[in-house]
Write a protein that binds this ligand. Structure first.
Ligand SMILES: [Cu+2]
Length: 270
């Protein structure tokens, strides 16, 4: 019978389209409940890599590309006891070409020196930034993420803090005090132009939600790097552990106000 392969093809297509739809939805804030309900009705649970939306599986497991644990593609909201942490998983997969204006909340945060800052006003407005997500107790991807920023800092030299600002946001703000972040950053020789951000959990949740990086468990955080140019309204995501030359390329494009489809797409699909 011809229906069998066609059916599975159609299913895969449906999954891809739904993931794509989710991504679109990010910029236009869809009520989470109805959103999740609609998706759950449409297909059986599928596991998807938070970093590589093209990697899907019917069973839990690990992404062969980045070793992240696959997450249920559609059921995060039902798994999460707290609705505020809902937008996780596939949300990370905002297309690199997205030019949607990111709406970044101006929440009150602390930097690693204990300075009180407003996230948008003081760290994002009119700047080009590269953002990653870390927590100091992490023993898996955070050290290499920080090492990547350290290499960026070295590679881009005095441009860091001028043309581009590095921002590491804690996904474990309760543990990560400014002092802890400072000490952790020192291990990676974090210099000027590299800001570590923590704050009140509630404020940080707002921030992580807005950046599509909220997770119910800190261990689930993503190795994504968000690169954006607020003045030009250009935002993109790339793999936070990609080759330095690639990341520098993306940053230079974003500084120039462009996101090249081809180069940026390679980051997400190695
Ligand atoms: Cu980590």
């Amino acid at each position: 019978m011809y229906t069998q392969p066609n059916l599975s093809k159609a299913l895969i297509l449906a999954v891809i389209m739904t993931v794509g739809f989710e991504v679109q939805a990010q910029s236009s804030v869809v009520p989470p409940a109805s959103h999740a309900k609609k998706a759950a009705k449409k297909e059986a649970p599928t596991y998807v890599c938070p970093m590589h939306p093209d990697v899907t599986s019917a069973k839990p497991g690990r992404c062969p590309k980045c070793k992240m644990d696959l997450r249920p593609a559609k059921t995060e909201s039902t798994l999460s006891p707290d609705n505020r942490t809902e937008p996780t998983g596939p949300k990370v997969a905002t297309p690199p070409t997205a030019r949607n204006k990111m709406v970044i909340p101006d929440v009150e945060v602390l930097d690693q020196h204990g300075n009180e800052l407003h996230f948008y006003r003081d760290l994002i407005k009119d700047k080009t930034v590269a953002i990653n997500f870390i927590f100091t107790n992490c023993t898996t991807i955070c050290p290499p993420l920080a090492a990547t920023f350290a290499r960026l800092q070295k590679e881009m030299g005095e441009k860091v803090g001028k043309d581009v600002h590095l921002i590491s946001i804690s996904v474990d703000p309760v543990t990560d005090t400014p002092e802890r972040l400072k000490a952790w950053g020192a291990k990676f020789k974090a210099g000027p132009g590299w800001t570590f951000v923590t704050g009140e959990k509630q404020e940080m949740d707002k921030l992580l939600n807005a950046l599509g990086a909220a997770v119910s468990k800190r261990e689930d955080h993503t190795p994504a790097m968000i690169i954006g140019n607020d003045a030009r309204g250009v935002w993109t995501r790339t793999y936070g552990l990609a080759k330095i030359t690639q990341i520098v390329g993306v940053i230079q494009n974003v500084i120039a106000g462009r996101v090249e489809e081809s180069s940026a797409a390679e980051e997400v699909k190695p």
